[in-house]
Design a binder for this molecule. Sequence first.
Ligand SMILES: [Zn+2]
Length: 446
Amino acid sequence: MSRVVIRDLELLVTVDAEDSVLHDVSVAVEDGVIAEVGEVPARPDDEVIDGRGRLALPGLVNLHTHLPMTLLRGIAEGSDLQGFLTRVWAAEGAVMDPETVELGATLGAVESLLGGCTTQLDMYFHHEAGHRGAVAAGSRHVGGPTFFDGPGPDGLEWQERMAGLRAWPEVLRSIGGPAVPVAAMPHATYTNSVEHLAEVSSLLRELAPDGVLHTHVSENAAENADTVARFGATPTQLLASAGALPPLASLRVVFGHGVHLTDSDRATAAAAGVTVAHCPGSNLKLASGALNWTRWRADGIHLGIGTDGCASSNDLDMWQAMRQAAHLAALTSGDPAIGAVDILRAATIDGARALGMEHLVGSLEVGKRADIVLLDLDQPHLTPVHDVPALLVHAAGRGDVTDVLVDGRIVVSERRATLVDLRQLLDRSRGRARAAAAAAHAAQEV
Ligand SMILES: [Zn+2]
């Protein structure tokens, strides 16, 4: 069986336990697995990628996004979270049928892959269609059923949503693609009652003890204030009372945003091993607030990095998100000492751990699945290299990504997506986006 060999890399950023950076090495990938790192003797039938002048790093993990919302990019500008949701939900209700969700997910997955992001935790309704769309582009896509008390934009009743979760492990197997955990995604505590949150988390635990529960939590101050006024409890306290956050939970719980967690929320979240998906671009743009990275870390909160959806933060650029996270961490703590390594780990191995996939991806080590990104170092803005993590977080960008492997498969080659017809994808996306824009504008005028 032929293997892929990335030959003569200038730098290999492993993100292993020691944060090792290797020089002048080759990487052999066999059956989707990193089989060798170092000197790799050539075989005649190797498929060779020239690594000269290139840096390899693990595929980035986007820990909070809504891929199909790429079709709503720029549709609800100038609003806070609540105004934004009014306009976006109108557009979604009008145009987001399964076919459109699949299209938007493919567009989002292609944007992600071209920018070096190989895995995303993607919350969106019509989850089967979204998963199919992202997997078609070659992504390691963690999707799953979404939950709303009411019918939601897809018009499903509660019992239909629960049936969707019950069927999800089998549907995931039937769709195929790179291995991912079973996930369930109640939208938020302001759209799901405590009883419903309890039902979802207990069914998820039954179906997949190591499954992923993902929900929006304490994104802005108004959300917290409204929740406390309505229920006498913060979003985190509601999740805890639903039994979704038991101490030492086997479930992996990921909070989207978590900007306004109180001191006691953070203690609860830390005890439950929660990871907060920090989305600095979205939080800054919607004026949602500034998460204090250093304090959250000190309180024992695990942190990953996300972009959020394109309706709020406009693109899926994880390089931008890493840099925003680093800048915001310095600003909120008043301390410039936050290391680029900390940010890089959050965007790779810590994101993988949040999804229960740290044994599979998130670092480049022999035996792991080959989710590998190559950057072209032969650029003025990447020269010279004094500090590799700082180069990646503070100077590199998605335009530097040349090749991407997911599960050992070459999904981006020389800056081109290999599994999709990009021209056709863009044309179809523009067509559906026009209908979405009309619905959003109508909602704004009401
Ligand atoms: Zn979100």
